[in-house]
Design a protein around this ligand. Structure first.
Ligand code: MG
Length: 471
C-alpha cells in the first residue's frame, strides 16, 4: 500500500485521490494516519490568549502543536481573571498529547476544587482550554467536532436572536425596526428583557419588588411584541434573577396568556427552592442556567424539578463535552436545553457543533445583532448564521478560521495578543493514559493541591461584563 503522512491527508480534500486510489485505499490510509496507535504523536507547544470586548469581555485561547495544527477556544463573562488560570493550565499542557482531553479535564477538575470560591473563573478558564482542544482534535483527526461528540442528529441548529442592547418598547420606531430586522433575518425565536433599572415605577434604585406599575409595564411590553411579531415567532423574556419571589410568581402568572417560550431567571439561579416555587405556581415555562457550572451545578435544579428548560453557556459551563454531559443529564429528567450565548462566531460554532448532536436541544442564543460588522468579519467564513440557523460543516474541528485583523479591532487595550505563554515548561503535566507519569501518577492542572496556580495578571482585566450589558 502506498504510504501517506498525516499532513498530506489533512491538507486538502480526499476527493481528488478517489479516482487514483479507490475508496478502500483512502479509508485504509485515513485509518492508518488517524489511528491513535499508529499516528505520529502530537505535542502541545504553546497556549496563547487574546482579550476582546464586544458584547462583553471575552478571552480567546489558541493551543499550538509541533505539527502546525492549532485549536481555538473562547470563554466569556466570568472570563474576567481567567488569564492567569489559562496560563496555569497551559503550562501543564506544554509537551502533552492534546487528544487526551478527558484525562486533562478530570485532572484539572479534581486538582482544583471548582466549587464555591473556585467556581466561575476557574471553570471558565478550563472551558476555553477544553474547547480549543476539541477544535485541535478535530483538525488533527480530520473530522468536525460534531463527529467527535457522537455524530450529528440535525444538520441545522436553531438560533434565537436576543433583541439587542436597547430593549423594545411599545409604540416606538426603533423597536418596530428592530423587530422587522429580526423577522427579515429569518429568526423564528427571540428574547427580550423585562427588568428595567430605569423604570420610573420602581420603589427605589435598590429594591426589586415590582410595583403594580412595573408589572403592568412588563405585561404591555410582552403584549406589544406578541402582537407585533408574526404568529410563528417564539418569544422568551428574561428577568435576570433580580426580583423577589412574590414578584417572580406574579409576573409568571400574568404572562401565561402570551404563551412564552420561557421566562428566564425569575429569581437567582442559585435559589433552587425559590425557582421550584415559581415553576410549580405557573404554566409559563421557567428557564435558567447561564450562571450555573458543570453537571454538579445543574443536579439540584433537575432533582427538585425547579426548571422547565436549562440554559448552560457552553463558553463558561466547563467545556463542550461537559455541556453535552449536562444535556444528557437533563435528558433523563425530560428537560430540554437552550444554551445561553454571548460569544463570537468561535464560541457560537463550538456550541452549535455540540447542539447538532444533542437530542433534547431546543434553541441556541445569539447576542451580536448590534455588532454586525464584527460578527460578519470575525472569521474568514463570514456570517455563520443563515436564515436563523447555524449549519456546521464537514470541515475539521470548528471549521472556522479566525480573521485576526477583524478580531484585533476589538482587542482590550493594553492586553497581549496571542503572545507566547510566559514561563512555559514549568508545569508537571497532566496525567495522560500511557504517558509520562502514567494514568495515576500525574497532578492536576494546578500542579497538585490547591488547584490552578494563580499568578498576577499582566494588566488588570476589565470588570466582569464591563459594558454593563445584559444577557
Ligand atoms: Mg439571561
Amino acid at each position: 500500500m502506498k504510504r501517506f503522512n498525516r499532513r498530506s491527508l489533512m491538507k486538502g480534500s480526499l476527493m481528488p485521490l478517489a479516482g487514483a486510489l479507490g475508496l478502500p485505499s483512502i479509508s485504509e490510509a485515513a485509518q492508518a494516519t488517524a489511528s491513535a496507535s499508529r499516528r505520529p504523536k502530537l505535542r502541545i507547544t504553546d497556549v496563547r490568549t487574546a482579550e476582546v470586548q464586544v458584547h462583553s469581555y471575552q478571552v480567546l485561547v489558541r493551543i499550538d502543536t509541533d505539527q502546525g495544527i492549532s485549536g481555538l477556544g473562547e470563554c466569556v463573562d466570568a472570563a474576567t481573571g481567567a488569564i492567569p488560570n489559562i496560563r496555569a493550565f497551559g503550562r501543564q499542557l506544554i509537551g502533552q498529547d492534546p487528544l487526551n482531553i478527558e484525562a486533562f479535564w478530570e485532572r484539572a477538575r479534581t486538582g482544583g476544587i471548582f466549587n464555591g470560591a473556585q467556581a466561575g473563573q476557574f471553570t471558565c478558564a478550563l472551558t476555553a482550554v477544553e474547547s480549543a482542544l476539541w477544535d485541535l482534535a478535530g483538525k488533527a483527526l480530520g473530522v468536525p467536532i460534531w463527529q467527535l461528540m457522537g455524530g450529528r442528529i440535525r444538520s441545522q441548529v436553531r438560533i434565537y436572536a436576543d433583541a439587542g442592547a436597547r430593549e423594545l418598547r411599545p409604540n416606538d420606531d426603533y423597536s418596530k425596526n428592530q423587530m422587522k430586522r429580526i423577522v427579515d433575518m429569518g429568526f423564528l425565536a427571540t428574547k427580550t428583557d423585562l427588568d428595567d433599572a430605569g423604570d420610573p415605577n420602581r420603589l427605589d434604585r435598590v429594591n426589586w419588588t415590582a410595583t403594580v406599575g412595573e408589572v403592568d409595564r412588563m405585561i404591555e411590553q410582552i403584549r406589544f411584541l406578541r402582537e407585533g411579531y408574526p404568529k410563528n415567532m417564539n418569544l422568551a423574556a428574561d428577568m435576570h434573577g433580580r426580583y423577589d419571589l412574590g414578584t417572580a410568581k406574579r409576573v409568571a402568572k400574568e404572562l401565561e396568556p402570551f404563551k412564552l417560550m420561557w421566562l428566564e431567571e425569575p429569581v437567582p439561579p442559585g435559589e433552587v427552592d425559590a425557582m421550584a416555587d415559581v415553576r410549580h405556581s405557573t404554566s409559563t415555562p421557567i428557564a435558567c442556567g447561564e450562571n450555573v457550572y458543570m453537571r454538579w451545578g445543574f443536579r439540584e435544579l433537575l432533582e427538585k424539578k425547579a426548571v422547565d428548560i436549562i440554559q448552560p453557556d457552553f463558553q463558561k459551563c466547563g467545556g463542550l463535552l461537559e455541556a453535552r454531559k449536562i444535556a444528557d443529564m437533563a435528558h433523563t429528567y425530560y428537560v430540554p436545553l437552550a444554551p445561553h450565548g454571548v460569544s463570537s462566531p468561535i464560541g457560537m460554532m463550538g456550541t452549535a457543533q455540540v447542539c447538532s448532536v444533542i437530542p433534547n436541544f431546543l434553541v441556541q442564543e445569539w447576542h451580536w445583532i448590534d455588532e454586525m460588522d464584527s460578527w460578519t468579519n470575525w472569521v474568514q467564513e463570514g456570517n455563520i448564521i443563515n436564515k436563523g440557523v447555524i449549519a456546521p460543516t464537514d470541515a475539521p474541528g470548528l471549521g472556522l478560521t479566525l480573521n485576526e485583523e477583524a478580531a484585533k479591532r476589538r482587542q482590550v487595550p493594553g492586553t497581549p495578543w496571542f503572545e507566547p505563554l510566559p514561563n512555559a515548561g514549568r508545569g508537571r503535566g497532566f496525567s495522560a493514559p500511557g504517558g509520562p507519569g502514567g494514568p495515576d501518577g500525574g497532578r492536576g492542572a494546578g500542579g497538585g493541591r490547591g488547584g490552578a496556580a494563580v499568578a498576577p495578571a499582566a494588566g488588570a482585566p476589565p470588570a466582569a461584563n464591563a459594558g454593563g450589558r445584559q444577557q
